[in-house]
Design a protein around this ligand. Structure first.
Ligand code: TMP
Length: 201
């Protein structure tokens, strides 16, 4: 099985930029690889993404199941077939986002989220989770002003809880997580990621 590598972080942390940089590096090195993101990466996932970003009025529980439906589809139809065929998968967000946003952020029960996450992924865990850690005050500042998002307008406290959730999850499984200071220069971060990924290939 090829490695499954996930990028996590608050909105505006630069995780998507780093995921793309890793994907380009893997391609340059001749390593078969695929870049995808959540929610999305399949027709179902993209349609859920569009609707959620357009500001669908959904309850926290419905939101959990929408993200999970997108994930189940992505894992079954894209991620598992790829890694089984020796293709390294780089994914922008995964189950830790659900713990952070729906669990810590929206306040849903964490044990229930754990069960839903396991069901949606059939227990597939990433080999590496890269966390781009950013102080909450910068989360809102760094996001493009014109980008519409699910949590636009959420108070600073919400972003603080999301950050806390990420740091807690990383502390519980340090072997699997790489925590990076997202305020560092972009190239420096790209190199730190590459140094960690290389031994997995
Ligand atoms: P992004 O692609 O810009 O990261 O946007 C995805 C948004 O969806 C982001 O605000 C985080 C949110 N999200 C959740 O709330 N729960 C999830 O499980 C996932 C994957 C994303």
């Amino acid at each position: 099985m090829a490695p499954f590598i996930v990028f996590e972080g608050c909105d505006g942390s630069g995780k998507s930029t780093q995921a793309k940089a890793l994907f380009r590096r893997l391609q340059r090195e001749g390593c078969p690889s695929l870049l995808t993101h959540e929610p999305g990466g399949t027709p179902l996932g993209e349609s859920i993404r569009r609707r959620l970003k357009a500001g669908w009025d959904v309850s926290p529980l419905s939101e959990l199941f929408l993200f999970s439906a997108a994930r189940a589809q992505l894992v079954q139809s894209v991620v598992v077939p790829a890694i089984r065929n020796g293709i390294t998968v780089v994914c922008d967000r995964y189950t830790a986002s659900t713990v952070a946003y729906q669990g810590y952020g929206r306040g849903l029960d964490l044990a229930m989220i754990g069960q839903v996450n396991r069901a949606a992924t059939d227990g597939l865990s990433p080999d590496l989770i890269v966390l781009l850690d950013l102080p909450s005050e910068l989360t809102v500042d760094r996001k493009g002003k014109n980008v519409r998002d699910v949590f636009d307008g959420a108070p600073l406290e919400f972003h603080g809880k999301v950050r806390e959730a990420y740091l807690y999850q990383a502390s519980q499984d340090p072997g699997r997580w790489l925590v990076l200071d997202a305020t560092k220069p972009r190239r420096e971060l790209t190199l730190e990621v590459w140094n960690k990924v290389q031994p997995l290939l």
